[in-house]
Design a protein around this ligand. Structure first.
Ligand SMILES: *[C@@H]1O[C@H](CO)[C@@H](O)[C@H](O)[C@H]1NC(C)=O
Ligand SMILES: *[C@@H]1O[C@H](CO)[C@@H](O)[C@H](O)[C@H]1NC(C)=O
Ligand SMILES: *[C@@H]1O[C@H](CO)[C@@H](O)[C@H](O)[C@H]1NC(C)=O
Length: 530
């Protein structure tokens, strides 16, 4: 609740600050011709060609080199460059973005939106049952360590039913290891109930043959070190326990769960109609494995460069830039932003444009295949804006699924039209695409995706410059006018995923609902929760 309140007060501050700042100072000469009121100035009205012409490879590359230096701050803790949330590399990135925007002379109203994100690391783990080491045993994501990060011994104790009720846990669980069937309620619930019953560890076994790899979700002080185990390997122990045999076990997990407070950065033009905003975003964070200069240094820096060039123009509509944090942990920042956005604020966002990975070394020009019949109306018009522009440049493009893999997800789920472009991640470039874009077939679009080598050399500057011009075009088009772009309609926001869709993401519908309305919800990727 406290954080939700904070975020909302941030929004309020944003609205009132914009009225105070940047009153144009008119000299007599301009006062004669300039339209009366806020927004009048000597600067020309935004124009797509003019904004595009300000984009240069040199400026982008200089920013990328600077970002790599910032990523090196992560070496202290990670022994290699990274900009993962919580690291010095990420904090440095946020500082760089915020400071760069501050230097733009009050053209934007800036805000930081803090939110909590949980990260878990399992350093070492081992489960021994009856002197065997089951091959399928794996620690759950966000599991706490065993006591003192030391091995604990106990007998396996079979838990009744699905282990979703306290009454399912026999007294014998105390001081021993709870053996719980998967299903019905979240893993986190089972682990907490085992902890409350006094278990020193828990093992969740599958009711199907395969292994169980999941997450405990939102941390609880009752959670105990928890493993998943395949149904195949569990069968023998279940039979032994049912026959009344003793099954001794040893569990060991060395892990850490920590809550990191990180923040989104939002910059909104002080000029332009605040009731009609074009919004765009990229993510400021990287994965722990590397510096993330393409993913998503490229998108973040494109936004920063366009935001900086835009200041030489006036706009008719408000332009709102966002740098999301925690994208790599499961779209945390953008989801948080949308979740705490009041309905009347939601309606002011006419569309959201996502810019994630714009310079992959073995690139394809990819456009999210957004459709008005399945996505909020307007998404298709945005898709076509990209297509028309690529056609005009005489370059090829491909459509890629608009499937929720990046920060647009929360927006389209909340009824806001969305779309974007990308250049490819771990997918493999086909022969046909080589004919269309050049490059190498049978090789990923980005060989350094989520890897240490995602550095300055991992950028294709041709692709980056072209895509940055397209980003400039998209901003300029809507900053000038929404003519021909569908109005937001009442009642089209607040759309929640259907149970069917949630199932396809291996999420429990009840759990997902809980997350949706709880600003402190935690994802750990889209891992299994039940
Ligand atoms: C705005 O235009 C002026 C004059 O052309 C130029 O010197 C300046 O660098 C531009 N501003 C930005 C932020 O690029
Ligand atoms: C576009 O793709 C076709 C093959 O589908 C290719 O012949 C053409 O040269 C490509 N155009 C460009 C500009 O690369
Ligand atoms: C970027 O891509 C273009 C077009 O495929 C290619 O000509 C160029 O060599 C690439 N540049 C780098 C630095 O990889």
């Amino acid at each position: 609740m406290g954080l939700k309140g904070l975020a909302l007060s941030g929004l309020v501050a944003l609205a009132s600050a914009s009225a105070l700042q940047q009153k144009p100072i008119l000299n007599d000469a301009t006062a004669e011709q300039a339209p009366i009121g806020i927004g009048a100035s000597k600067k020309p009205l935004i124009d797509s060609e003019a904004l595009q012409s300000t984009i240069s490879t040199a400026a982008l590359l200089a920013r990328a080199k600077h970002l790599y230096k910032i990523a090196k701050l992560g070496e202290d803790e990670y022994n290699h460059p990274t900009r993962v949330i919580g690291s010095k590399g990420h904090r440095g990135t946020l500082k760089y973005i915020y400071k760069s925007l501050q230097e733009l002379g009050g053209y934007y109203t800036l805000s930081r939106q803090p939110f909590p994100a949980v990260s878990g690391n399992v350093f070492e783990s081992r489960l021994i049952i009856d002197r065997d080491v089951p091959r399928s045993a794996s620690p759950m994501a966000l599991t706490p360590p065993t006591k003192h990060k030391e091995p604990v011994d106990g007998d396996l104790v079979l838990v009744a039913n699905d282990g979703c009720e306290a009454a399912d846990y026999p007294k014998a669980v105390a001081g021993n290891i709870a053996f719980i069937k998967r299903g019905v309620c979240p893993f986190g619930t089972k682990s907490a109930l085992a902890g409350k019953a006094g278990a020193v560890a828990a093992v969740v076994y599958n009711y199907e043959h395969g292994p169980v790899a999941g997450t405990l979700g939102t941390p609880s002080k009752h959670h105990v070190a928890t493993f998943g185990l395949s149904g195949t390997e569990a069968a023998k122990y279940i039979a032994e326990l049912k026959a009344g045999d003793r099954v001794p076990a040893t569990a060991y997990i060395d892990a850490e769960v920590e809550t990191v407070i990180t923040h989104n950065i939002i910059a909104q033009t002080t000029q332009g109609d605040p009731e009609n905003c074009v919004m765009l975003g990229g993510h400021s964070d990287s994965v722990p494995e590397g510096p993330g200069i393409n993913d998503d240094g490229s998108g973040s820096l494109t936004l920063l460069e366009v935001a900086s060039q835009l200041t030489n123009f006036t706009v008719n509509n408000c332009v709102r830039f966002a740098w999301w944090a925690g994208e790599e942990e499961g779209l945390l920042g953008s989801d948080y932003y949308v979740d705490v956005l009041p309905a009347e604020e939601n309606k002011k966002i006419r569309l959201f444009m996502d810019y994630d990975m714009l310079a992959s070394p073995n690139f394809a020009y990819q456009v999210y295949d957004a459709r008005n019949n399945v996505n909020p109306v307007g998404s298709e018009q945005l898709r076509d804006l990209y297509v028309d522009w690529y056609k005009k440049q005489g370059v090829n493009y491909t459509f890629i699924p608009f499937d929720g893999r990046s920060d647009y997800d929360g927006f389209i789920r909340s009824g806001i039209p969305g779309g974007g472009i990308a250049t490819g991640a771990e997918g493999i470039k086909t022969e046909r695409e080589v004919a269309m874009f050049g490059g190498e077939d049978g090789v990923p679009y980005d060989v350094c995706y989520h890897a240490l080598c995602d550095n300055v050399h991992n950028l294709n500057l041709t692709a980056w410059e072209l895509n940055t011009k397209l980003v400039a075009h998209s901003v300029a088009t809507f900053a000038k006018s929404f003519e021909g772009f569908p109005e937001r309609t009442d009642g089209d926001y607040g759309v929640v995923r259907t149970a069917e869709e949630i199932k396809s993401l291996s999420m429990d519908p009840k759990r997902a609902d809980y997350w949706r309305f709880n600003p402190q919800r935690i994802y750990h990727g889209s891992k299994l929760t039940v």
